[in-house]
Design a protein around this ligand. Sequence first.
Ligand SMILES: [Zn+2]
Length: 646
Amino acid sequence: MRHTAHAALACILISAPALAQSSTGGTLAPPRSPRNANYTITARLDPATRTITGSEMIAWRNITQKPATTLQFHLYWNAWKNTRSTFMREQALGGFGGDVIRRADEWARMDVTTVTVGGADRSASRRFVTPDDDNANDETVMEVPLASPIGPGATATITVAWTAHVPRTFARTGAVGNFFFIAQWFPKLGVLQDEGWNCHQFHAGTEFFSDYGVYDVSLTAPAGWPVGATGVERERRDEGNQTVHRFYQEDVHDFAWTTSPDYIVHTARFEHPTLPPVEMRLLLQPEHGRQADRHFDATRTTLKYYGEWFGPYPYGHITIVDPAFQSGAGGMEYPTLFTAGTRWLAPPRVTTPEGVTVHEAGHQFWYGIVGNNEFEDAWMDEGVNTFSTARAIAQVYEPNFLALRYFGGFVPWVIRDIALSRESEGNRLTGYRHDARSDTPSTPSFRYFPSTGGSITYNKTALWLNTLERWRGWPTLQRIMATHFARWQFRHPKPDDFFRTASEVAGQDLTPFFDEVYRSSNVFDYGIAELKSVREGDLYHTTVVVRRYGEARWPDFIRVRIDFKDHQVAELQRWEDADRWKAYVYDGPAPAISAQVDPNRVLLLDTNYTNNSKTLAPKGGAAATKWASQWVVWLQDCLLSWAALA
Ligand SMILES: [Zn+2]
């Protein structure tokens, strides 16, 4: 179905101070998650000084088998305190991240003033720890030793008071002019596991991890400034020239918010025959007034296809934020809220902004509902979501005809996204083929090389998932993903959980495949090394040599096809996958025209398509590469150059 950019106006401009509507009101019954980390937060934003003053009460339950003797908190904003943090050092190592020449008040900080546990003041015992490296200057993890352990199943009431300085935007968080996007902004507990706290420092290349709970957050902002946040606004009251907005949401693992006097609020509704309705709220920049329907339509695409394929979106409401121009806040996901792309000046046929919106909305499923550890296993949300985005986009938007013709319809939109990835803050053009050996996917994601990790996390994962689809079929892959979603929603899956489900649902041990694509940095590269057809009497003697140039071994039959001048076609026998080459010989009435390995393009991870086939020229029999046209190589470089997104 062709996407229409300016369909009938479905949005309503809210001029009265109406509260956001939702069929769930922020509640989910029965509880979907363990709800072991529940935050009641009060915070006040002073836009003039760019200061947030906050206090929080955390009702925390130890759901592990071991007593907790300490607490560990993320203080993410301290990553942007100066250039000595691990985050900033990694950005410098990767050669991205933009300018570090900033005025003093354009940096961030998060200063904890008091911590109490069970009513006892533990402020004096707090200290910074660095579980991931030896950087004594990193202040993104705070540890608080406990006076007495919190046993398995026991609950603690923790209070933290803090002040924070809002930076000029770093990593999609901060302020530009009077646009505020406030994320990773409160002291947040790590995840206690039986092995201890999983509370990584803030890294340049990876994101976040936290437990599910209930968020009840009261935000004070200037009167008249629309506020968007995780959850549903349940109360609003004026206090002089300020307004207090109370947002509430159950069964989420994070909370982000935004405010600006410039936002124009639109609303629309997602409806579907079998999926629950979703109220959509859009905070739009005034200059993008005509783009509301594109945001809503792209969000509907995600809610529909992800809902049908994986499982329903349960929250009943979603907030879409159109960030201010050059705010650097575009393309990021938070529970029930995400930021769309900023490049809406593109003409309607160019699907890039829709791609960003579908992708970020898609994180509600892969990240929000299925809550993997983004520090360690970033592919489980980013890679899975990149694949899902591509598939959803291909259902709705006009496919790029070149991509469709040669790759069977996959990733049509990414070609256009090269521009996006070049222009986005801190990102250079990357791609799987370029970075294929840069890291082994099973390495914890935060240890990937900062500037090439995105190719592994996003691109390689999406390519092996698409390879799996082409190999085992979409019905099987869809059942794998839906089963994984059902088993791990509102929980924290690990990679082996996905792999086990995949083999179980496929009815086949897929371990050899995952060994190659996940547990190694080997690359696939099959090719036709030689093609000859020589006349011998009445017959033509045809020789084909197929080679495995890469270290990776495809765990199944690699197809090889030979086309003859008399329109006969030969398919070669089983490839012995331990071998580096195999020669095939045919004697027949006609000469060969061409030979191709993997003619149906099942193995999308093949890092070099130019050697996949050879064609015999009409005269002389000299072999030429059929797929060597420049644009194919270019297109492959573009495939899933998606690392600009979060
Ligand atoms: Zn993403």
